[in-house]
Write a protein that binds this ligand. Sequence first.
Ligand code: NAP
Length: 508
Amino acid sequence: MSADTRGNRSPKVVIVGTGLGGIGLAVHLKQTGINNLVILEQGHDVGGVWRDNNYPGAACDVPSTLYSYNSFKTKHNWTMRYSGQAEIQSYIRGVAEQYGLMEHVRFHSKVVSATFREETGDWSVMTEAGEEHIADVFIPAVGTLARPNLPSIPGRDNFQGPAWHSSRWNHDVPLEGKRVAVIGTGASALQFVPHVQKQAGKLTLFQRSAPYIMPYHNFSYEEGRHRIKRARPLMKLDRFLFWYVMEIGQQFLTRWLKARSVVKSMSLRHLKKQVKDPVLRAKLTPDYEFGCKRVLFSSKYYPALTQPNVEVVTDRIEEITAKGVRTADGVEHEVDAIIYGTGFKTFDIFGHMKITGAGGTVLAEQWKEGAHAYLGMAVPNFPNMFVVYGPNTDLGSGSVLFMLESQFPYIKQAVERIRELPAGSFVSIRHDVWKKFDDEIQGQLAKSVWVSGCSNWYRNEYGRVVTNWSQRSWRFRRRASRFELDKYQVGTATARQAPARVPAEGIS
Ligand code: NAP
């Protein structure tokens, strides 16, 4: 540890990831005088998912007024009601530059392992290139929706044409006039399908489950009567009102399950209004509880599917062939390109990164039946490690920014408390504290719509909802507002422990 301006020891902090989580936390830490900071980023630029998801039409389906930090650098000059990817990424980059974070970022630094060393009470963080970073506090901020899920459909590698995942868009392949297959109908596909439809000669959309879709009214703040809405007080009011509406949405998903029928009927009316063909409409009608999968927003998706160059295929995909996609009815759909809108590995967020805690505990083994953490941040057996946007911190309805900005002050307080402890000390969440918390949250989630029978990216094969928070977001904020040291065990590096007294008779 080195000395900082306040004369206290300044713990060295290593953050992994430069998305909204990693960047926002770094600003908070720097504002507290914690400058001994390294941010490891596997990519070439900051932005996390907003750097990676640059597919045509990529935008945020949460209103812009809720999609910037509120504790600092709130953005009031968004161009659109729902912002596009480039504007959001440029906002994140602007924050990183303005707050002097670029000098802390090590690009092209893919972390492959992080190991807690009991002897020294710190973390050894290794990159793929073989660089070692020693950290007193280790903060993975890699997010839940970062690792592409390429489905294990037989023959996937046999396809002779170009194929890619939505978050790794291949901008070098022109789609004009081509026969294009899109697999998946989640939030990403909903945004890029209308663009692909306009270019492709034929678009074949493979749908395993139909999503519930709500209307999406986007507009430019720079045009006509909308200009006035960019006045700061109106932006703030809008932010509050939308946040409040989303809190009610979170209640619909977790507690007031019967009330969901009102919103469900709005979604089905939207479908009926936009799709007149009863056969297509039947295909696009969801057959599971409203809200069990993420409810989506689009006013362009259904109209795109009604175009003559689009076929919606609901037969099960049996295999990918050299020429296209074969479905269970025996039809081979020949295509020139395949786009996988098949989501992310939300149950295995650290993937290639082997994280080893106290006593040699491997995180992937501790989490093998599902990720868990106290307030989504502190994991038993993993001292001085705090996860940003960790397990059970996502919302079925709401902005992840609100949850992130609830975690930043908590982690900041944790680092400050660690700074005050004697050298070589580390803190680890008490098992009983985590267990009580986990039982409460999982108990509530067991009554939520997310366990009502559909498959979704929230609930794993063991039946555990690993991604979502079970209450309204303000309750999370209240609970995370204070770091309480008594909920943690304090340990000391073995090398700093006082040597055992040697019995007098042992001395010759
Ligand atoms: P997703 O919601 O997980 O959707 C994946 C789609 O692929 C689903 O339709 C799924 O079908 C299908 N699929 C997966 N494996 C398949 C297989 N083997 N065969 C056929 N179909 C398969 O992924 P996403 O659309 O990338 O979105 C992920 C999350 O990212 C969103 O829920 C959202 O939180 C976030 N996101 C946010 C925005 C935003 O505007 N804020 C935009 C894009 C994404 P099933 O439903 O049947 O599993």
